[in-house]
Design a protein around this ligand. Structure first.
Ligand SMILES: [Zn+2]
Ligand SMILES: [Zn+2]
Length: 175
């Protein structure tokens, strides 16, 4: 959703309150695509602070499904976004980009709400997601989720020296 800023920029001290929609139902980045299962409207307060300085305050809650770092099961992660941006509208789009390099959400006199929220989600993205602190992960051989029970894989095979010893025993058995 785009919000025209011309109006609020006309008069110093003017305040514009908007409940905007965040369009996407998935969050996409280099690492992958993540479903958004819940989102509130984006509550925005735009304040003309004078001399073409704009203050953008926003709040939004959303839930994104992110795979557990160990077992890959999707975990609903809550985001409570609460942000504040100061924009100097005296600068050209290019000058702003050089100064902050994160102002991709303002094009001319339009505020791109989707891009603004996108950058906020990215900033708040968790470093590590686990379904639970003691998640057992998946078996490296059969891929079974070990939180749901054990598997029959022989994990001693992972040690090559053990495998050699077993080979010797097996040869004796064959005789
Ligand atoms: Zn897990
Ligand atoms: Zn297994």
């Amino acid at each position: 959703m785009q919000i025209a800023l011309n109006d609020v920029l006309k008069d110093d001290g003017k305040i514009l309150r908007v409940d905007a929609d965040f369009g996407p139902d998935t969050f996409e980045m280099k690492l992958g695509k993540y479903p958004i299962t819940r989102k509130t409207p984006v509550s925005l307060v735009l304040t003309n602070k004078g001399k073409r300085n704009l203050l953008i305050q926003g709040r939004m809650d959303l839930t994104i499904l992110i795979p557990c770092g160990r077992c890959l099961e999707e975990v609903p992660v809550e985001f409570e976004l609460d942000f504040e941006k100061k924009i100097d509208m005296n600068l050209t789009e290019e000058e702003r980009r050089e100064a902050l390099d994160e102002c991709a959400y303002i094009h001319g006199y339009d505020l791109d709400v989707d891009e603004l929220v996108y950058s906020e989600i990215l900033v708040n993205w968790p470093l590590r997601v686990l379904c639970k602190e003691d998640c057992k992960g998946i078996c490296s051989i059969c891929g079974k989720n070990l939180n749901h029970g054990t598997c029959d894989c022989d994990h001693t095979d992972l040690d090559p020296r053990m495998a050699q010893i077993r080979d010797i025993f097996n040869k004796f058995k064959e005789v």
